[in-house]
Design a protein around this ligand. Structure first.
Ligand code: GLN
Length: 490
């Protein structure tokens, strides 16, 4: 097996045991990346020089008898809205096209301290708004299972990179599905942790009350290992509330005997692609064979109002968060000789793409004093109802099994021409962010009979049940099989 095909634990153990060096792993992953990039375009920036230096340093520390950490020498890619000191961080936008942050996001500081090595920054929908990677100012990314299709979004570059075997893990961010949906389209594992589990310090904000960083891997135990490092209380983020809850990732038993797994009654009438409906049946059979009990719950408000309310809240928060990009403090700017107002207008007109502008305009309207009670405030009330509905459902169930999306990865360009179609396809993911819950997106071991695309599903649990979701994930992975590397068109 080639080094780039190995998982996080195998690479870390091999380097520690001196079976191979961190530099050898780095070069093999870089070679795979270079071979595939022409077809996939998963990256905005390759950090070859920085990464090589970090890998050499790990090898030196090991040679000197030091323990460089649990991820020593494991290459990683980060979504390009995660700040990396001195390495360009664009959020997929022209407005930050050449911005190099002066500080590191907490997640990157934690990974680096644990020995991980940065190989690149991945493509994404501009400011994480979208679900195809198609709103990126840097062009689209392709799905490694079929290069005519999207990898999903907004963290599509990270998902494609892991699926194609560039790196054994990558980070993304999820505001309404942006980790779980691309993980599902690309046939890998992705976790959107409980809100507050992972620090958002250094994540370029989209919807601050919804955003959460999480990992992509090719097996569930790697996901737990990465989460053991990321799930830390952070004094730099006032919404970081995990305390010692990161301990939930320490041991995955893979035992789900007697666990109550729910199906959502209200989702029964929604149409699903045949490949996804078939995967639901196979996964239910696997859960039952492992001793789980299938039950039913009802989420009527979620099914009816979540999409509209999410987009109202997300746009309102986005318009506030994106007000800081004015050409004065960050990135793209023009000469201010025409006066400040003209300068703001020109910078924002040229710096932002169409989808981002439409969200800023929507958010501005929805939060205007005369309208905010009717729209923004109303949406936040429905949000509370949604959270309550989930809490009630979890009185009778330990977790919920549900689709990630109603259909499989669309053709490149298909959704970008019809924004509403994209918004509606977030129906199964965005309620989870509204309620602050964890969602685990996993490969079901099956491929759609017609398109050959991998099929994923999602487990959702109560707040802080992330470790239990992965535990159920392990039971399923043992029966259904773990993700495999996609050919990536080469
Ligand atoms: N598609 C959703 C949106 O555009 C979710 C994106 C995300 O999770 N970042 O808002």
């Amino acid at each position: 097996m080639r080094l780039h095909e190995s998982g996080v634990r195998e690479i870390a153990a091999g380097i520690r045991a001196k079976k191979f060096s961190a530099l050898e792993v780095f070069e093999d992953c870089l070679a795979r990346t270079t071979a595939c990039e022409g077809k996939i375009s998963a990256l905005i920036t390759t950090a070859a020089d920085e990464g090589r230096q970090q890998a050499r340093r790990i090898d030196e520390r090991l040679a000197g008898g030091e323990n460089p950490g649990p991820l020593a020498g494991v290459p990683v890619m980060l979504k390009d809205n995660i700040c990396t000191r001195g390495v360009r961080t664009t959020a997929g936008s022209r407005i930050l096209g050449d911005w190099a942050p002066p500080y590191d996001a907490t997640v990157w500081a934690l990974l680096r301290e644990a020995g991980a090595v940065l190989l690149g920054k991945t493509n994404m929908d501009e400011f994480a708004m979208g679900n195809t990677c198609g709103t990126s100012a840097f062009g689209p990314t392709a799905n490694p299972w079929d290069v005519t299709r999207v990898p999903g979004g907004s963290s599509g570059g990270s998902a494609a990179a892991v699926a194609a075997g560039y790196v054994p893990f990558a980070l993304g961010s999820d505001t309404g599905g942006s980790i779980r949906q691309p993980a599902s389209y690309c046939g890998i594992c992705g976790l959107k942790p409980t809100y507050g589990m992972v620090s958002r310090y250094g994540l370029i904000a989209y919807g601050s009350s919804l955003d959460q960083i999480g990992p992509f891997t090719r097996n569930v135990e790697d996901l737990a290992l990465v989460m053991r490092i990321l799930a830390r209380q952070d004094s730099k983020d006032s919404t970081s509330t995990c305390g010692t809850r990161g301990e939930c990732f320490s041991e995955l038993r893979g035992d789900i005997k007697g666990k109550r797994v729910a199906l959502v009654r209200d989702f029964r009438d929604f149409t699903l692609d045949p490949g996804i409906a078939e995967a639901m049946k196979r996964t239910i059979a696997a859960l039952e064979s492992a001793g789980a009990e299938m039950v039913e719950v009802s989420l009527p408000t979620v099914g009816r109002y979540a999409v509209a309310c999410y987009y109202a809240i997300a746009a309102s928060e986005a318009h506030t968060n994106l007000a800081r990009f004015d050409g004065v403090r960050y990135g793209y700017t023009v000469s201010s000789s025409a006066g400040l107002k003209d300068m703001f207008q020109e910078v924002r007109s040229h710096g932002f793409g169409a989808e981002v502008k439409s969200r800023i305009i929507a958010g501005t309207c929805l939060t205007e004093p005369v309208r905010s009670e009717q729209y923004y405030v109303a949406a936040t009330r429905v949000r509370s109802l949604i959270a309550k509905e989930f809490a009630e459902a979890f009185e009778n169930a330990d977790c919920i099994l549900q689709p990630v999306t109603p259909s499989l990865a669309p053709e490149i360009g298909e959704v970008d021409d019809d924004a509403m179609k994209g918004y509606e396809s977030d129906l199964y993911t965005l309620p989870i962010n509204m309620a602050g819950l964890p969602g685990y997106s996993f490969f079901t071991g099956g491929y759609d009979a017609e398109s050959g695309l991998p099929v994923g599903l999602q487990l959702v649990g109560p707040r802080w049940s992330d470790g239990e979701l992965l535990n159920t994930g392990l039971a399923l992975e043992k029966i259904l099989g773990a993700p495999v590397i996609a050919k990536a068109g080469i």
